[in-house]
Design a protein around this ligand. Structure first.
Ligand code: NAP
Ligand code: ZN
Length: 346
């Protein structure tokens, strides 16, 4: 099936119109007419080969919302007309211990990414959501409540689950002092979720001008990371830190913020980091950890929580042709707080 899309052909080229092949519907497949697709910073890292492993052409996009237009013969959990979502994963073995635990993102046979993975039926790379239609195995298709604005739901499929999963895994609870580092796509969802969980939330940002927004999103306090005196005043006080900084940076000032036994979880910088001082971990038995997106079941739980509590992403809608300008703005931190492509404009 030929499908209209937008792709990057190389690290220096813009993201431009392109045609891709999607596999024909298999018995367990769902065909989705994509209506909205969020723009994750990972799309930019990948399109520009900043992680050094991009296979071109790449069609980015893993924050997909759309409507089911056909289902394979064996599909029971989705039907034509349903509003559905697809995140960063489109397949996994579903049999290994990681998959059995609901951690399909850590599948021991290798999960298949929505873009840049290997298409299991027709071969070649998988292509993401900057396209009109996508064919996805039913188990990887999420149900989206029609109570929520679908454009504002799209970013939940990556930015949302990536912030939600560590808060749940590390049992962050009511009353905990939680710091969210970086007010971008992931960070603004981290603030919303931690606030909804009843935490005492501090937005930790390099951008003083984002302080008012952080408060509007529900943060109780704002900490400017470049303000040494303020950083010192918060030293040793956080129960949990969610670090969404997208590039190599100095972790030491943030580690100093952790209380005894507390954990900082990295979800942003997927690259070599600056030197870290081991003493900061020994002192107070602090922990540094990482987390990648989330499993399918917990993604559904997060979407259901959002429907029940009216939580969605703050979005700026763009036309497909404006994607390259949007990329430049994300890199400058100039987005409130997620661009979402109106796929009707493709
Ligand atoms: P984003 O919208 O660009 O937000 C990142 C924020 O980090 C910026 O808005 C900025 O906030 C802050 N920041 C930027 N450069 C910084 C620097 N040099 N030092 C300190 N802070 C800095 O990006 P995103 O879409 O949220 O994604 C964040 C990162 O997570 C990306 O690298 C992405 O690839 C990665 N990611 C990981 C997963 C996963 O599974 N773990 C999933 C999705 C995305 P302030 O202006 O407030 O400082
Ligand atoms: Zn993403």
């Amino acid at each position: 099936m030929r499908v209209a899309a937008y792709a990057a052909q190389g690290p220096e080229t813009p993201v431009e119109p392109f045609e891709i092949d999607r596999r024909n519907l298999q018995p367990n497949d769902v065909l989705i007419e994509i209506t909205w697709c969020g723009v994750c910073h990972s799309d930019i890292h990948t399109a520009r080969n900043e992680w050094g492993r991009t296979r071109y052409p790449v069609v980015p996009g893993h924050e997909i919302v759309g409507r089911v237009s056909a289902v394979g013969a064996d599909v029971t959990r989705h039907k034509v007309g349903d509003t559905v979502g697809v995140g960063c994963l489109v397949d996994a073995c579903l049999a290994c211990p990681a998959c059995a635990d609901g951690d399909e993102q850590y599948c021991e046979k290798g999960s298949i990414g929505t873009y840049g993975g290997t298409e299991p039926v027709i071969g070649g790379p998988t292509f993401g959501g900057y396209s009109k239609q996508i064919v996805v195995r039913d188990a990887f298709v999420l149900k989206v409540s029609d109570k929520l604005n679908p454009a504002e739901v799209a970013p939940l499929l990556c930015a949302g689950i990536t912030s939600w999963s560590p808060l749940k895994h590390w049992n962050v609870k009511k009353g905990d002092k939680v710091g969210v580092i970086g007010l971008g796509g992931l960070g603004h969802m981290g603030v919303k979720f931690a606030v909804a969980m009843g935490c005492d939330v501090v937005m930790i940002t390099t951008s003083p001008e984002k302080g008012a927004d952080a408060k509007r999103l529900g943060a109780h306090d704002v900490l400017i990371s470049g303000d040494r005196a303020a950083m010192k005043a918060h030293r040793g006080s956080f129960d949990f830190l969610l670090n969404t900084v997208p590039v190599k940076h100095d972790l030491n000032p943030y580690l100093m913020l952790l209380a005894r036994n507390a954990t900082m979880v990295l979800v942003g910088a997927i690259e070599p980091l600056e030197e870290m001082h081991g003493g900061l971990l020994l002192a107070g038995r602090r922990r540094l950890a990482g987390s990648g997106i989330g499993g399918i079941e917990e993604t559904q739980e997060m979407l259901d929580f959002c429907a029940a509590h009216g939580v969605t992403s703050d979005v700026e809608i763009i036309a497909m042709k404006d994607i390259n300008t949007a990329y430049d703005r994300v890199v400058k931190g100039d987005v409130k707080y997620r661009f979402v492509i109106d796929i009707a404009t493709l």
